[in-house]
Ligand binder design. Structure first.
Ligand SMILES: *Cc1c(COP(=O)(O)O)cnc(C)c1O
Length: 370
């Protein structure tokens, strides 16, 4: 053991299983024109306005980025009707998750995390020496808000809510959200990770930012440019919270955590109403198509409020088998075994032709299993 001083809680971490790049998969399997519907990315590409803005900004890469993200914060503040001081910009919202955990969790402190939910929460809590207190989702895959409140103890510092929840696509209702916030003690911080907020169609969805304005002084709402705006590769997300909490997160972050291209692209993407509209329409129509096609195949799935959903591949095959068979046919999906869901794969809505390819190939695999 050369590096025996590495703390055991770091040694024990199971690394996040990332999806493979398409090029690598194609090279390994000797296939072409494969489609990736595994990482909830925007299938229509990147906001064209963002691309235009990035081109212009390329000339100023000799300069450090604006460490205060002045223009982006002002733009977001106006959009959400909050003060620029209540915003924190991150290198993706994943960086904000890390900053929050570094700010609040010391070894032995606890974060309440639902399961199945986004794997990054517990991995990052572990990296800080914290403990994840896991609350199972209920049978219908909704959040067990009572269970969460009951689990709050002396060492509880954070409660993570992914709303809509990745990977189930389910949401917390307005009633449950308000119920939860009312019962969380002031010193415990609720993280409302709203990465897929823009895709939600339900009227019963609570927008965390409204609750922040009303009262909650212990709430951080996370949003991202990775999904709706197609900027996952550039890394930019943000948190909306109180000025006090934003001030703490600002102390922990690197001064230049968000690069120039990301800041510029994010501002332009917010103005790209046409791209947003196209993306949302593609998502709605894609979901309709996929739901109907799967129903015809007698395959069950979890209806979603996001741009992805869980497809039950059992009893015909395991998630691993589905993943591997689809991969060989050039369709990259997410095997949910690492989330403890060995009967499910997760797919995101693709372009119409990507959706059709998935249905066609999945249908052929099914035929060999019936
Ligand atoms: C995709 C996703 C994010 C976005 O992370 P970024 O770091 O902003 O790319 C955040 N939370 C959840 C639950 C996600 O699925």
């Amino acid at each position: 053991m050369t590096f025996k001083f590495i703390p055991p809680y770091i040694r024990d971490i199971t690394p996040y299983p990332p999806g493979k790049p398409i090029e690598e998969v194609e090279r390994e399997l000797g296939i072409k024109n494969s489609v990736k519907i595994a990482s909830n990315e925007n299938p229509l590409g990147t906001s064209p306005r963002a691309i235009q803005a990035i081109r212009k900004a390329l000339k100023s890469l000799n300069r450090y980025p604006d460490g205060s993200a002045f223009y982006l914060k002002n733009k977001l503040a106006a959009l959400h009707k909050v003060s620029p001081g209540s915003l924190v910009i991150g290198n993706g919202s994943n960086e904000l998750i890390e900053l929050i955990i570094r700010t609040f969790i010391q070894p032995g402190d606890e974060a309440i995390i639902s399961d199945p939910s986004f794997l990054i929460y517990s991995i990052t809590v572990k990296a800080s020496g914290g403990k994840s207190v896991i609350i199972r989702l209920k049978h219908d895959y909704s959040y067990d808000v009572r269970g969460i409140i009951k689990a709050i103890g002396k060492r509880t510092r954070l409660i993570f809510i992914s709303n809509p929840n990745n990977p189930t696509g389910t949401i917390l209702s307005k009633k449950d959200y308000a119920w939860l916030l009312q019962r969380v003690p002031e010193h415990v911080v609720v993280i409302d990770d709203a990465a897929y907020r823009e895709f939600v169609q339900s009227r019963d969805y609570p927008d965390g930012i409204d609750y922040l304005r009303d009262k909650a002084g212990n709430l951080i709402v996370l949003r991202t440019f990775s999904k709706l705006y197609g900027l996952a590769g550039l890394r930019v997300g943000y948190g909306v919270t109180t000025e006090e909490l934003a001030g703490y997160l600002d102390r922990v972050r690197q001064p230049f955590n968000v690069n120039t291209l990301a800041q510029t692209a994010a501002i332009a993407a917010l103005e790209d109403k046409a791209f947003v509209k196209r993306t949302l329409a593609n998502n709605r129509e894609g979901l309709d198509y996929l739901y109907r096609a799967l129903e015809r195949m007698n395959i069950s799935f979890l209806p979603t409020q996001a741009n992805f959903f869980l497809v039950r591949v059992s009893p015909f095959m395991s998630a691993k088998q589905a993943f591997e068979s689809l991969l060989r046919k050039g369709v990259i999906v997410r095997d949910m075994t690492s989330y403890g869901l060995g009967d499910y794969i997760r797919i995101n809505v693709g372009t119409p032709s990507e959706n059709r390819k998935f249905i066609k190939e999945f249908g052929e695999i099914l035929k060999t299993r019936l």
